[in-house]
Ligand binder design. Sequence first.
Ligand code: C5P
Length: 401
Amino acid sequence: MKALSGKKILLGVTGGIAAYKAVEIASRLRKAGAEVHVIMTKAATSFVTELTFREITGQPVNTSMWDKVTNYNVEHIALANLADLVLIAPATANLLAKAAAGMADDMLTTTLLATKAPVIMAPAMNTNMYENPVTQDNIATLKRRGVMIIEPAAGHLACGAEGRGRLPEPADIVDYVCAYMGRTQNLAGRKIIVTAGGTIEPLDPVRYLGNHSTGKMGFAVAEALASRGAQVTLVAGPTFLKDPDAANIHTVRVESARQMREAVLSEYDSADGVIMSAAVADYRPQTVAPEKIKKSDDELVLHLVRNPDILWELGQKKQQQILVGFAAETCNVAEYACRKLAKKNLDFIVANDVSAKDAGFAVDNNRVQLYFRDGRSENYPLMSKRQLADIIVDKLETLLK
Ligand code: C5P
């Protein structure tokens, strides 16, 4: 079987001189087994003809929102839905800016806005345009939203300049696509438990103790695992997030730490790994008042008792399972994270400083360090939780091998 057999790839071609290289990209994608659908911007048609791509892909080529209607599908939605992956190569500064701003003024940008498929962009342009802070900001924005960027190469550019901005070789771009698509099924047959969100501990019928966790990180991890073929049990505390659509994610909703413990333990023996991203309450009220607690004295003293430490218990019972913990800290991140790694018998721990405003709780980004059993550690810059989820799953995959 070829690397891209059965995959539908939407190739967006924008109007830079490197557009001619997109012909070879289309050809190589096809040879790797993909069904390739091309959308060209108007400017791209000044560099290469539509006919070239039509001959190479064996598919109609889209160049405008206003082409003659050939069937009754709304064309940009149909293409957006059909794609397993969107690759834009070359991606001009103009395309990056429009995509970062969410504009939809032609067939390619409209399709991009409508698709839920993963997106890879290969920027190519003059060095000064590439290094311009506005382009760099646009790239950073797109990365934060989960777009994968293939960095341009350095060398001699068509405009005569030397520097960064060249489209990488078509073979390298297609290798990147194959590597991305290939890893999608690497976890087939593996069963992984993911916990997400915070737990809430009831005080009375209307009140509870809780925390700020929204579950975004855990849901992103579950999706990353599912996209590689794993069977995922997602044990989620109360969150506004809806159950993921993937057929191989089974979502179990719980409220308290004790319910989360039950749900996790009931699946643990047969699991290959657990990624415990939930912010589990360490304490719960000793008693839950049967009726709403009334205002009486000036002070109300709550008596709290310890909740079970789920991850510690999993560490004690560990057999084949790979265990991944999270450490949300407000100071001494490295020291506390390493202590937890050892105490809970983990394979690695994802540590972050939750006092930072731009990362951590309730936002779409995170900035973390990973600490491993063998003493290694890795530092990652601010990135989207979805991108980070892929990194965490990469590490899990390596440990499972
Ligand atoms: O000790 P600490 O709560 O900081 O450890 C965090 C890690 O332990 C997280 O992975 C969290 O999901 C897990 N944990 C747990 N049960 C608890 C508290 C935390 O499984 N009661």
